[in-house]
Design a protein around this ligand. Sequence first.
Ligand code: DC
Length: 233
Amino acid sequence: MSGKKIIIAIDGYSSCGKSTIAKQLAARLGYNYIDSGAMYRAITLFFLRNRINFENAEDVANALNDIEISFRYNEEAQASDIMLNDEDVSIPIRDMLVNENVSQVAAIKQVRAFAVAQQQAIGKGKGIVMDGRDIGSVVFPEAELKIFMTADPAVRVMRRFKEMYVTNPHITIDEVRHNLELRDYIDSTREESPLHKAKDAIVLDNSSMTREEQLDKVMHWIAERTEKAPATA
Ligand code: DC
């Protein structure tokens, strides 16, 4: 592939496989992968731990002043750990309590402004794959490649269930389904940057695709775009 670096924005509902393809792409291209959802999760974790009242704008603003988020590359996992004020919170941000509250926190205007500013700063140098809900529509409207991922709801529930079962063997499929449905609803109907497909995004439905088929397809789209992208120093 040519040395031209682009921004790849991947959006879609939870558990559509966004992070799987994003990690594969980053590894293949030597790009940085940023999981923007992890940032909203880390903020939620901080709010929960410090008993911040999400509904009080002043409390939210003060809390955000005390939060520093960064990513630290983990050689072994071949992915970045997310750091909340120098603590690696990659595992606790996946807790059910965070799942249950993150959509509410991500719907707060100040929280979004805080996260989006950091995401845009990270993307300045290009050579980045970022996944989330508003990456192609708000964070990087100029991204050279925008993908909107979808998958059959039943497939998504089973994917999320398998992922959560590893750390929580008491979890039930019904609990996972209920949480996904609720988050889909909040994420797509909130006032601030609701999840929607950017006009120029390509839809990728991976319900019945293997990871290899999916990667081949996306690599083909990237090849088309890197030909057109201006050379990066
Ligand atoms: O991708 P995820 O399930 O880890 O995301 C956690 C929550 O964060 C999800 O409910 C929606 C929100 N989110 C968002 O509003 N905007 C993003 N760019 C990424 C995630």
